[in-house]
Design a protein around this ligand. Structure first.
Ligand SMILES: [Zn+2]
Ligand SMILES: [Zn+2]
Length: 408
């Protein structure tokens, strides 16, 4: 029996890679303009990092981590990258540098979930993290970076949803209010919601379970609770964010029930949805996490960031054409073909030839699939020291010297 790729994993094939490379290129260009630097952290980390960093009331930590023991150490394949970036930030003393520290990452993440359309066990994320700025200008910059990136990929119909979860003090009263409102139908809620009730009742609002959602509607949960009453500082921060977004011409909608699936968010949370392909799809989620660096053993450090799923982006954005090479050398004299190909490459062109020296018709057929121009090097060409250049998009032919080709 032949071995197949694991359930929930996928080969990214050469005919799809142009789309991936395009996303990575636009990410690099967009983030570089804002002086964000790329960081690459290891794919596996100490399990503790995620238990403490992602939060032990999250589905990610409770059900979805790939954890294994090696030499008595518990190791986990990263289910997200923020915790790893924060660990690296502390380990390399970035917190002693003058703020802000602006980082971005890309790479595979791992979650043990039921695979379905657009959801894989090994999936890819691109994200940014910005450390050291308390002011809402950092939140606005991160949101702007996300919208610029998405626009750069051809997604224009964007909806930015924002909310503020406040600080622990702001949330305390809201948690009590929520618990009171939920108590009458708590027994009917899913197991997750029942365990969140004590640990983190806010997360109940995030439940995707149908039965739970029906109960929320039946008991008019979203009408009975007022939303978080922000303290002075948090409310200032939130108004400032809105001022910045207005100044940057970023349209947003406020959604008081936006809570996000992770435990570490404070103040700002946001989601960006795209209306491409007819239906609304969340493509980006993020927020402020002022307590996380401290939770992981570092000094108090304000921070904000977001992540996007690359598979999801790929499904929504226009497909990029596969890159064609510049020249395909068509010849039955292989030694001459090899020499020409090598000269072309040395002059900065991409070039290829037929290793099997098949009939010219076959070679031209191959050339038209993979190259922009065919360079024909037959008996006459070699004898008279010229090359027949065939434009493969309109089939026109011209005779040229090698030097002329190089100059084009
Ligand atoms: Zn507050
Ligand atoms: Zn639930």
């Amino acid at each position: 029996m032949s071995i197949k790729a694991q359930k929930g994993t996928k080969d990214i094939l050469p005919n799809e890679i142009a789309n991936w490379q395009n996303i990575e290129k636009v990410a690099y260009e967009t983030f570089s303009k804002a002086n964000f630097k790329e960081i690459r952290t290891p794919i596996f980390e100490d399990t503790n990092l995620f238990e403490r960093g992602v939060g032990d009331t999250t589905d990610i930590v409770n059900k979805e981590m790939y954890t294994f023991i090696k030499s008595d150490r518990s190791i986990t394949l990263r289910p997200e990258n923020t915790a790893g970036v924060v660990r690296a930030y502390m380990e390399h003393g970035f917190h002693r540098e003058s703020p802000p520290v602006k980082l971005w990452y890309k790479g595979p993440m791992f979650r043990y979930e039921r695979p379905q359309a657009g959801r894989q066990r090994q999936f890819h994320q691109i994200g940014v993290e910005m450390f050291g700025v308390q002011d809402a200008s950092a939140d606005a910059e991160c949101i702007m970076l996300a919208t610029e990136f998405l626009k750069g990929l051809g997604l224009n119909d964007l909806v930015v949803e924002i909310n503020s979860l406040g600080c622990n003090a702001c949330r305390k009263e809201y948690k009590e209010q929520l618990k009171k409102a939920i108590a009458p139908f708590l027994e009917g809620l899913c197991e997750d919601c029942r365990s969140r009730y004590e640990k983190n009742p806010l997360r109940i609002l995030d439940c995707k379970n149908e039965t739970c959602n029906k109960l929320f509607e039946e008991y008019k949960l979203k009408d009975t609770v007022s939303g978080i009453k922000l303290c002075g500082e948090c409310s200032d921060h939130y108004s400032k964010l809105k001022e910045y977004l207005n100044a940057l011409n970023i349209k947003y909608e406020e959604n008081t029930f936006l809570v996000r699936g992770l435990d570490y968010y404070t103040k700002t949370v946001f989601e960006i949805k795209s209306n491409n392909l007819g239906s609304q799809n969340a493509v980006c989620g993020g927020g402020r996490y002022d307590g996380l660096v401290e939770t992981l053993g570092g000094p108090h450090t304000p921070a904000v960031g977001w992540a996007m799923g690359v598979e999801r982006l790929n499904a929504l954005i226009p497909k990029v054409d596969e890159n064609k090479i510049d020249y395909f050398v068509v010849s039955d004299v292989q030694l001459e073909a090899v020499k020409l190909v090598s000269k072309l490459r040395n002059n900065g062109f991409s070039a290829e030839f037929d290793y099997n020296s098949r009939k010219f018709a076959k070679q031209l057929e191959k050339a038209s699939k993979i190259a922009n121009f065919a360079l024909i090097l037959g008996e006459d060409e070699i004898k008279n020291n010229y090359i027949t250049v065939k434009n493969l998009s309109d089939s026109t032919q011209t005779k040229m010297k090698f030097e002329e080709i190089v100059k084009r």
